[in-house]
Design a protein around this ligand. Sequence first.
Ligand SMILES: *[C@@H]1O[C@H](CO)[C@@H](O)[C@H](O)[C@H]1NC(C)=O
Ligand SMILES: *[C@@H]1O[C@H](CO)[C@@H](O)[C@H](O)[C@H]1NC(C)=O
Ligand SMILES: *[C@@H]1O[C@H](CO)[C@@H](O)[C@H](O)[C@H]1NC(C)=O
Length: 334
Amino acid sequence: MYAIMGLSVLLALATPFVRAALFINKKTYMGPDFFQDFTWQTADDPTHGRVNFVDLQTALVKNLTAASPNKFVMRVDSTTVVSNDARGRDSIRIISNDAYDDAIILIDLSHMPFGAATWPAFWTLSGEGPWPNGAEIDIIEGVNYDTQNLASLHTTSSCSMAEQRPQSGFTVSTNCDAAVNWNQGCGTRFAKANSYGAGFNSAGGGWFAMERSREDGVKVWFWSRLEDDVPRNIRDADALLDPSSFGMPSATFPKDTCDYDTHFNAHKMIFDTTLCGDWAGSEFNSTGILGGCDKYVDNTPDAFREAYWEVNSLHVYSPLPDNFSGIVFPENIL
Ligand SMILES: *[C@@H]1O[C@H](CO)[C@@H](O)[C@H](O)[C@H]1NC(C)=O
Ligand SMILES: *[C@@H]1O[C@H](CO)[C@@H](O)[C@H](O)[C@H]1NC(C)=O
Ligand SMILES: *[C@@H]1O[C@H](CO)[C@@H](O)[C@H](O)[C@H]1NC(C)=O
């Protein structure tokens, strides 16, 4: 029998036929969990970045990663001049060992990489593939000096989004099919100016939540740490979440124009920081920089001091089973 807290459960038990979709904490990743529960990938960057993804041992020895009970850090090397014939600047790409179907993924971040040539991302990807079968959901992504986050889907064919939909962000592109528009996917640029980069970091970061479900499709929310109205169950990472209390999503990808069962299966979670490559490289401002993006990466280690992720916690929630019956502790009621 579960022991859980929350007003929403009281309501759910009292009114079983109109019960909201609730999610219960399934797994929490903090500090050293990322050393065990993620695989450290070392293959060439598929997006052609000027990076050398290193394994966990190398990252530890080179001080590119660190963990304490409630911090996990992943850095780009910021001390070495990279030689011409190297694969690129040392960086990190990790993927979760577990894959999750319908879920809420809640991440509390205090710092993200940003700056010229950088292209950090936190996303989910089909555990089965091959890409783009089963889809890719980009939760946090941007390049160079961007100030607003971009959330996107990349899918197989017959998945698109209406220009206007219930989201606070701005529709950038509407065809999610990875085979068209040079794999731009369907993206929404967040309205909040501190949802990415320097502004995100100077506010002390914040929270991103992504819900994906058969009932609701895909939604992404963002709250800066400085906001007054961060939902309390997000701030506290409560055991039970009710996404109907989160307010308007920053980005919404409804299932009515993108069939859920044919496009999505269980996903793993990935973090990386790449440099230059297909996106950051093509938008890199090379004015006054001899040799362009790759040479800038090789010759300017100092420029990557801010190119690090600092994760406070990552929580995965699963839908509460329909036949759930729990003990309710009412002290959590507002
Ligand atoms: C490793 O990095 C941390 C923080 O980034 C820094 O404080 C520390 O001095 C570094 N350690 C070494 C041995 O370079
Ligand atoms: C590109 O960099 C140059 C030199 O630093 C700067 O003057 C210019 O404003 C930049 N252009 C853009 C579009 O950011
Ligand atoms: C709830 O349903 C699942 C799947 O149908 C079943 O495995 C589980 O035993 C049920 N639990 C209870 C408490 O009835």
